[in-house]
Ligand binder design. Structure first.
Ligand SMILES: [Zn+2]
Length: 118
């Protein structure tokens, strides 16, 4: 499966970048007025090193609809919609504001040592 970099947009093309995740894989259905399931939800959460609840919260705000903890979204979406939102989530919550690496742990960067200003 092809992978993409977990990074800021300007670093997306770097082939040597070591933080990768799979591309989003979805299936959709017309049931209940439209449903989207992120098929590789748990893999993505693992690769991003996040709790599913974090992404669940972000996505339901982003799309103004119900999202469950297994990656089922009560709305019909395109894969591009989800990739774009996931990118937004990455830049907002996962990347260190200083070195732009996804090494944040409790707001402290494990890579460059940057932490929240007191
Ligand atoms: Zn950093």
């Amino acid at each position: 499966m092809s992978q993409v970099n977990i990074s800021a947009k300007d670093k997306l093309d770097d082939p040597f970048y070591r933080y990768k995740r799979d591309r989003v894989l979805i299936s959709t259905s017309e049931r209940f007025g439209g449903l989207t399931t992120i098929e590789n939800w748990s893999t993505l959460c693992k690769q991003l090193k996040i709790q599913p609840q974090q992404l669940q919260k972000f996505f339901s705000k982003e799309w103004g609809c119900q999202v469950d903890v297994n990656g089922k979204i009560k709305k019909k979406l395109l894969r591009d919609n989800i990739e774009t939102s996931l990118q937004k989530f990455t830049e907002q919550f996962l990347l260190c504001p200083t070195c732009k690496l996804p090494e944040l742990l409790n707001s402290h960067c494990q890579s460059c040592g940057n932490g929240p200003k007191k």
